[in-house]
Design a protein around this ligand. Structure first.
Ligand SMILES: [Zn+2]
Ligand SMILES: [Zn+2]
Length: 128
């Protein structure tokens, strides 16, 4: 199996990541929490096991905001960019917008959570 590697980071470059291996659950989400966290109507997420994500920028690990009983939102303390969510469990969700390259087919969302919270004029094309 081909070993995939995904690099990305925040707007200022202080926080950088390398995620390797299998992508899990690529999905779009339009819940109120994601909207507030990112400022975007819809966020695209890709999940990795915690051990598959290395934080390799000069800022190290992103700052965290506890957003629910099981997860914290990750952001750059310097530029404020949203980067993802670090669960208390073994999963890290990364926001696709922070990836250097976003076009690989395995990153395409397969579902759209909380679609009904979007304005009617907004739509995204998920794989089905
Ligand atoms: Zn930054
Ligand atoms: Zn959400």
């Amino acid at each position: 199996m081909k070993k995939h590697k995904y690099c990305g980071g925040c707007l200022c470059g202080n926080i950088r990541f390398i995620a390797t291996g299998e992508t899990n659950n690529p999905h779009a989400c339009s819940c109120t929490m994601c909207q507030r966290h990112t400022g975007a109507l819809t966020s695209c997420w890709v999940e990795f096991p915690k051990e598959a994500v290395q934080w390799n920028g000069s800022g190290g690990i992103p700052s965290l905001f506890r957003s629910s009983g099981y997860s914290s939102r990750a952001f750059c303390q310097q530029c404020g960019s949203s980067l993802g969510a670090i669960d208390d469990g073994p999963t890290i969700g990364l926001l696709l917008g922070s990836f250097d390259r976003k076009g690989q087919k395995e990153l395409r969302p397969v579902s759209h959570s909380y679609k009904s919270l979007c304005p009617r004029w907004w739509s995204i094309d998920v794989q089905s």
